[in-house]
Design a protein around this ligand. Structure first.
Ligand code: ADP
Length: 546
């Protein structure tokens, strides 16, 4: 027997239609190269998205065509997301920090037909245009007066394209499983792989993302996505912001400039910021050095890599900001879990609550999780057993886009292997202990590099820390701690190793410390253990030379 409810397709255009009627006058603020503080409303945004959709028709861009965007977070990028996806094309966000050969690989693999770019990335694209035969033309996201001289073929100005069209455009209807967006993982091993989102998955993600125990979004909030729109759709904020009616503040090219971020927070009344821990460290440092405050901020959403407890404490104790720790990945649109308390958590002591913060939280409704051993056998949720974390759900990929090995993205029961190693406790709280490839195996037992890094950065002299497994003749592998010191602070190896006493199991304490000037980062702003391993070369622990 079938239910008798309306079968309305889950299309992203429903966000546009809802926001136009319900949040028409809510503000969208951006920093761009041509506007230090651009402001308009969702009504303006979606009027222009319609003009953009008409421009794509005029350019003869077919349905399903991939249109790349190489851009920071700002109003034109936002209009592009909606204008492209809601008209039946696919926006393909590209991370401009990737190496040129990765960019070429991604553009060719996606067979992008058009590239929308910020002015800043025109030289980058000029350098690779010859190697991208599928690209028919380029749109520079700027007004006519700021158009750069360029060797790119078939170049258009975004504002000129839009001004040639009226907003008299009706968004088409189509199947909810139609592709809407494409984002490649950074490909730290092998070629980058494409996650191809659909209208349905994006809509369901938008609903879940806004829930009280996830990002707890309300029309009274002002949100600052510091996480780039080229990194998993800025965690879905470009969709949930107009859907819920939040004021949206976007930092444009200034997303690594703590002063501008703090200006935006204070001047625009940002209540909720979202970014990886590496964007928050300089913000906290800048606030400390300048004596300024983060007064309007109530919450900071963080994810993408483990958030140190010391960062959460600084936010909470110095600024009254609650940190929402979440976990996810490109293949999961990205949200998988969020660390929100349950009734039992409220009865914990402060120290126990701080300890629980190390968890990435509980699965978001709509995502199933399990941990399995090497033989694929499911492990108990006891907070002790470590296993490979598997997921299944409405916004998890079924398959990579044009995969090298079809079917490799899931097991026979349809679960996706995240590549993370985790424990899950009886309340469903997940602790990521490592990436599968970063696990340290000492004498047959696993040591969590994330746990050690967390402990290390709590030391005042440690600005950044990474722990990697290094060959050891007796134990097979032992942890090596790499440290970037805090400016103006000193600590010896011995002091740092002593620091771990009582903080982690004795046999987890690293065997040695190497001080380095700077951490290497991946294109998505995470510490690159791959480069660190190359950097330390054939390092041997003192006394373990063979
Ligand atoms: P990329 O794979 O391109 O670096 P993703 O954002 O897809 O970018 O990375 C997903 C991975 O990031 C996860 O599988 C996990 O290893 C790590 N990660 C994400 N959030 C957290 C978190 N809160 N704590 C620890 N690791 C995290």
């Amino acid at each position: 027997m079938q239910g008798l409810m309306m079968d309305v397709p889950l299309l992203i255009k429903s966000i546009v239609l809802h926001a136009e009627l319900n949040h028409a006058n809510q503000e969208v603020v951006s920093v761009t190269v041509d506007h230090p503080r651009h402001r308009y409303t969702y009504k303006d945004c979606f009027r222009r998205a319609r003009q953009l959709a008409k421009s794509l028709d005029a350019l003869g861009v077919p349905n399903g065509a991939r249109i790349a965007t190489v851009a920071w977070n700002d109003f034109r990028h936002l209009e592009s997301y909606f204008g492209i996806a809601c008209s039946g094309r696919v926006y393909h966000t590209i991370n401009p920090r990737l190496f040129a050969d990765q960019l070429v690989y991604i553009i060719n693999h996606a067979e992008d037909e058009w590239i929308f770019t910020d002015v800043a990335f025109v030289p980058l694209l000029e350098g690779i245009a010859q190697q991208c035969p599928s690209v028919k033309g380029y749109v520079v996201m700027i007004g006519e007066t700021h158009m750069p001289a360029t060797t790119l073929p078939n170049v258009h100005c975004f504002e000129t394209l839009l001004s040639a069209q009226s907003a008299d455009y009706e968004w088409p209807d189509f199947n909810e499983n139609t592709a809407s967006g494409l984002c490649y993982t950074s490909g730290t091993t092998g070629n980058p792989k494409g996650a191809l989102y659909s209208h349905r998955s994006t809509m369901l993600h938008t609903y879940a993302h806004s829930l009280p125990d996830v990002l707890n979004l309300s029309a009274l909030d002002t949100i600052l996505p510091v996480v780039p729109m080229f990194h998993v759709n800025a965690w879905g904020i470009p969709f949930s912001a107009p859907f819920i009616g939040l004021k949206l503040v976007m930092p444009g090219p200034k997303l690594s400039d703590p002063k501008v971020l703090v200006d935006l927070i204070n001047q625009e009344g940002v209540t909720l910021g979202a970014g990886v821990p590496t964007v928050w460290s300089p913000v906290l440092q800048y606030v400390k050095d300048s004596g300024r405050s983060l007064k309007p901020m109530v919450r900071a959403g963080t994810g993408g890599s483990a958030c140190p407890v010391s960062m959460m404490q600084e936010f909470r104790d110095e600024h009254g900001v609650e940190v929402q720790h979440a976990w996810g990945m490109t293949e999961m649109s990205p949200i998988g879990s969020a660390n929100s308390p349950k009734p039992a958590s409220m009865r914990l002591s402060q120290a126990e609550k701080d300890e629980l913060f190390k968890s990435v939280g509980r699965p978001v409704p709509g995502v199933e999780v399990k941990i399995v051993d090497d033989a694929g056998k499911e492990l108990p949720w006891d907070g002790i057993a470590f296993g490979s974390l598997m997921v299944r759900g409405y916004w998890v990929i079924r398959e990579y886009y044009k995969p090298d090995r079809p079917g490799a993205a899931h097991d026979t029961d349809g679960w996706f292997e995240t590549g993370d190693v985790a424990t899950i406790d009886a309340e469903g709280f997940i602790r990521i202990t490592d990436r599968t490839k970063d696990v340290i195996k000492s004498g047959g037992e696993w040591i969590s590099s994330i746990e050690l890094e967390n402990a290390a950065v709590a030391h005042p002299a440690v600005a950044e820390a990474a722990v990697i497994g290094v060959y050891h003749p007796k134990w097979q592998e032992r942890p090596l701690l790499l440290v970037v010191k805090t400016v103006g602070q000193e600590a010896t190896k011995e002091e740092l190793l002593h620091w771990f006493n009582g903080r982690v199991a004795k046999w987890w304490i690293p065997d040695d410390v190497v001080f380095i000037d700077a951490m290497p980062y991946t294109a998505t702003g995470k510490i690159s253990k791959l480069i660190l391993r190359e950097k330390i070369g054939d390092y041997q622990f003192p006394g373990s030379a063979v």
